[in-house]
Design a protein around this ligand. Structure first.
Ligand SMILES: NC(=O)c1ccc[n+]([C@@H]2O[C@H](COP(=O)([O-])OP(=O)(O)OC[C@H]3O[C@@H](n4cnc5c(N)ncnc54)[C@H](OP(=O)(O)O)[C@@H]3O)[C@@H](O)[C@H]2O)c1
Length: 357
């Protein structure tokens, strides 16, 4: 426990040349706990990392740019202390359990194992206690390492806002309509001629993830399973021509009265364990509320807060059709709060709890 003074933990970033992988390498530049020791890929194997990345132009540490991209397998990983895994879904399905069986501690942004009953699905501000599942994971799976998952990029911001609302008002039903940025589809992602001057009311498998993952995260860890939270979520997704930042419009039905002032206070004051521990990637305010007309907007608000991209910005809080319902809009950065940023925050929390290193 405690912050390393002289040596940092060595970490690997798999699929490091992708949209999420580049976010990791950029966010881990000069990180106080972790140092990127290995980057892996597929088509870019053998190239210098600095010349193998496309489309983002993110700032990166010079040492990272000089790393050679390795093949994505256990042999490439040397003796790293943790593995960040934004692997493509099909690769993650088999490779992640293989790595964990051979002893690696893997935290993944990919979807295949998120709903496994012994894999903690974590947004560090809302359910750090789900890391308890790792003991059961060890017993059931007989893995030498551990596997922890970060939720879907849209579900992450949504769950963070639903947590304080559910605690205070008891949610009955949530309807969410999304406007999702193109970087959510990776690189090169959606063909430009399909998305410029257009909106696509479909993202493969996204609605199912949004409707189930928050319920697992807001659920309770019981003796042999997680009991999911008992409210319903209905999702309607759209891909739009923004670069980064998913906008989500919510209609919520609650057991308690939905009062504007109270809701604003609940959201603004919400803090979690990362804020108490002052973890390096913890934003001072995980949820920021704006009263400015017509906000939040991806272009203006996606990097709001003390750790850019880690705060979810909420606006347009207003009443629903009766006293126990309400509406609001949230904005969450998909590759930061919805992927690399949340996963790094989980790793920081695991490190401080003695679960890494
Ligand atoms: N984009 C988001 O907002 C977001 C948010 C949350 C979660 N996720 C999840 O994160 C993962 C990565 O998404 P992304 O947007 O970063 O995708 P991406 O931009 O398409 O990047 C794909 C990456 O995977 C590597 N790759 C391709 N085939 C591989 C293979 N067979 N073995 C090992 N590596 C391989 C590529 O390496 P080369 O360049 O070397 O070929 C590249 O680094 C996906 O599971 C996605 O669902 C994405």
């Amino acid at each position: 426990m405690g912050r390393p003074t002289s040596s940092k933990l060595r970490v690997a970033v798999l699929a490091a040349t992708g949209m999420v992988g580049q976010r990791y390498v950029s966010m881990l530049s000069n990180h106080p706990y972790f140092q990127v020791a290995v980057v892996t890929g597929q088509n870019s194997v053998g190239k210098k990392y600095g010349s193998a990345t496309a489309a983002t132009n993110l700032p990166m540490a010079e040492e990272a740019k000089r790393l050679t991209v390795k093949a994505t397998n256990a042999e490439s990983l040397d003796d790293v202390d943790a593995v960040f895994s934004p692997l493509p879904t099909e690769v993650a399905k088999t490779l992640e359990p293989e790595l964990v069986r051979s002893g690696f501690k893997v935290i993944t942004d990919a979807s295949p194992h998120r709903m496994d009953s012994v894999v903690p699905l974590i947004v560090p501000e809302i359910n750090p206690q789900h890391l308890e599942l790792l003991e059961r994971q060890r017993k059931v799976k007989k893995w030498k390492g551990v596997l922890v998952a970060t939720p879907n990029c849209t579900a992450a911001g949504l769950a963070l806002v639903l947590k304080p609302l559910h605690d205070a008002l008891r949610l009955k039903r949530v309807l969410v309509s999304t406007l999702q940025a193109v970087s959510g589809a990776g690189y090169p992602g959606v063909p430009s001629l399909d998305i410029i001057d257009n909106v696509i009311p479909y993202v493969k498998d996204e609605e199912e993830k949004i409707e189930t993952e928050p319920l697992k995260m807001l659920g309770e860890v019981g003796r042999d399973r997680i009991s999911p939270a008992k409210f319903e979520i209905g999702a309607m997704v759209h891909r739009v021509a923004t670069t980064d930042g998913h906008l989500e419009s919510l209609y919520v039905e609650t057991e308690e009265r939905f009062e504007l002032e109270k809701v604003t206070k609940i959201l603004t004051r919400y803090r979690g364990e990362p804020q108490k521990l002052k973890l390096p990637t913890a934003p001072a305010e995980p949820i920021m509320v704006t009263n400015v007309e017509g906000r939040p907007q991806p272009k203006l608000d996606r990097y709001a807060g003390t750790v850019p991209g880690m705060s979810v910005v909420v606006g347009r809080i207003r009443k629903g059709l009766d006293s126990k319902s309400g509406r609001l809009t949230l904005l969450s950065h998909n590759t930061i709060r919805g992927a690399a940023g949340s996963t790094i925050l989980t790793a920081e929390l695991m490190y401080r709890k003695g679960l890494l290193g």
